[in-house]
Each structure stands twice: as structure tokens, then as C-alpha cells.
Design a protein around this ligand. Structure first.
Ligand SMILES: [Zn+2]
Length: 116
């Protein structure tokens, strides 16, 4: 089941506040940063927030934990749920740490993280 909008909103705001405080600390302690230095810090923040927000939304997809299990792409048998696993995914916004449901086909001895 999906998290409530308020739960996700509170989590994202808490993460954004941490990052904004870090930026303000850096801003207050930096005498005369160059444009390059400022951009470097901002790009780092954008990357972290992007990865974190994408991770929240992807991890909350209903398709990430389907019941019954998905059909095996090789043999068509229903795959069995084998628990949640932490995976790192390299996406367009960066590297995301995701907690995904893992499904396994006993016949083909292969597994996947839906939706794929
Ligand atoms: Zn199979």
C-alpha cells in the first residue's frame, strides 16, 4: 500500500531541511566563494535531493510489491516473494538506495525486483 501524502511530504521536508541547513552553514563560513565553488555545492545538493526524492517515490510504488507475485518472464509461472532487499540503482538522477520486494522463480532459479 502507498504511504499517505502527509507521510511522504514530512519525510521529504525533513531531508530538504537538513540539506538547506548544510548549505546555510557553508554559506556563513565561506568568505568569498567563487561561482565554481557555489555551483559545486549546489550541484551536490541537487544530486542528493534528487536521489533521495526519487528513492522515496520509487520505493512507494504499488507495483514494487505486487500480490500475487508477477509472472516469470521466462516460463510464465507465478514468482514467489522472498522478502525485502536493499538495492542500489544507478538512474538518471544519480545512485539511489532502494528497499525493493524480491521475487524468485523456483523453476528458472532466477529472481527480479518488480516492476523491473
Ligand atoms: Zn520461471
Amino acid at each position: 500500500m502507498k504511504s499517505s501524502r502527509e507521510e511522504l511530504r514530512a519525510e521529504m521536508l525533513a531531508e530538504a531541511e537538513v540539506v538547506i541547513d548544510e548549505l546555510l552553514n557553508w554559506h556563513e563560513s565561506s568568505e568569498a566563494p567563487t561561482l565554481d565553488e557555489i555551483e559545486e555545492v549546489i550541484l551536490g545538493i541537487r544530486k542528493r535531493l534528487g536521489e533521495s526524492m526519487a528513492g522515496r517515490v520509487i520505493g512507494d510504488q504499488e507495483a514494487a510489491h505486487p500480490v500475487p507475485g508477477p509472472a516469470c518472464p521466462t516460463c510464465g509461472e507465478e514468482m514467489h516473494y522472498k522478502g525485502m532487499k536493499d538495492v542500489r540503482v544507478e538512474g538518471r538522477v544519480g545512485e539511489m538506495g532502494l528497499r525493493r520486494a524480491y521475487y524468485y522463480c523456483d523453476r528458472c532459479r532466477s529472481g527480479l525486483f518488480p516492476p523491473g
